[in-house]
Write a protein that binds this ligand. Structure first.
Ligand SMILES: CC(C)(COP(=O)(O)OP(=O)(O)OC[C@H]1O[C@@H](n2cnc3c(N)ncnc32)[C@H](O)[C@@H]1OP(=O)(O)O)[C@@H](O)C(=O)NCCC(=O)NCCS
Length: 174
């Protein structure tokens, strides 16, 4: 069974492959598309440190909250990742919510996105959260299905002045 684990050097080769896949397709979370693969090959420790920089007990800079990165893996294979924010701030309440996720292109449409969110909800429950906010673009049908399958209750659809697409906000009770 795939599991959620902290980012680690064990998955270096597979993670870098996944970044290549995402960049070739132009589909993934913003930072995935911005990674410099050559730099990652050279200095993976910095990538790991960057991904884990807001984990407690770190004190995030103004405007950020504590969060953790979790990777969905099976064996040595990286399948996708989750970002779990430990609380909301004003910005995340509007857009972004508690949990973001991404599945590598070659592993999509096989249920891993649904599983990644389910496992992340378990972790959020373990942190003591009682409900989580998850947002997605209204036209991201895969993400909508993932959230709805995991019990998301639609708060509504919203237009934001800083985002090009209509978004949906869902709450999931834990
Ligand atoms: C969105 C994303 C996470 C989906 O991951 P996934 O592993 O393919 O999701 P699943 O296989 O669990 O699919 C969940 C459901 O969505 C459907 N689905 C998946 N991708 C879809 C798509 N592109 N169009 C329509 N439906 C889609 C699946 O058929 C499945 O439906 P079902 O529950 O009726 O069986 C993945 O495409 C991705 O990483 N995209 C880029 C980053 C992103 O958009 N992240 C979410 C930000 S809110």
């Amino acid at each position: 069974m795939p599991e959620l684990v902290p980012p680690s050097a064990r998955y270096k080769a597979s993670f870098i492959d996944a970044v290549r896949e995402a960049q070739a397709l132009g589909s993934g979370l913003g930072d995935t598309l911005e990674f410099d693969v050559a730099e990652m090959e050279q200095d993976f420790a910095s990538v790991l440190a960057e991904l884990r920089r807001f984990e407690p007990p770190a004190v995030p800079p103004e405007g950020f909250v504590n969060s953790e990165a979790l990777w969905l893996v099976q064996g040595d294979t990286y399948l996708g990742r989750v970002s779990l924010r430990h609380r909301l701030n004003e910005r995340l309440r509007v857009f972004g919510g508690h949990i973001g996720y991404e599945i590598r292109p070659s592993a999509r449409q096989q249920g891993y996105g649904t599983l990644a969110l389910r496992l992340a909800l378990g972790r959020a429950r373990g942190l003591g959260l009682e409900r989580v906010l998850v947002t997605c673009d209204a036209d991201n049908l895969g993400s909508r299905r993932i959230i709805e399958t995991n019990g998301g209750e639609l708060e509504g659809e919203f237009r934001l002045d800083f985002h090009p697409k209509v978004i949906r906000r869902y709450w999931i009770a834990l």
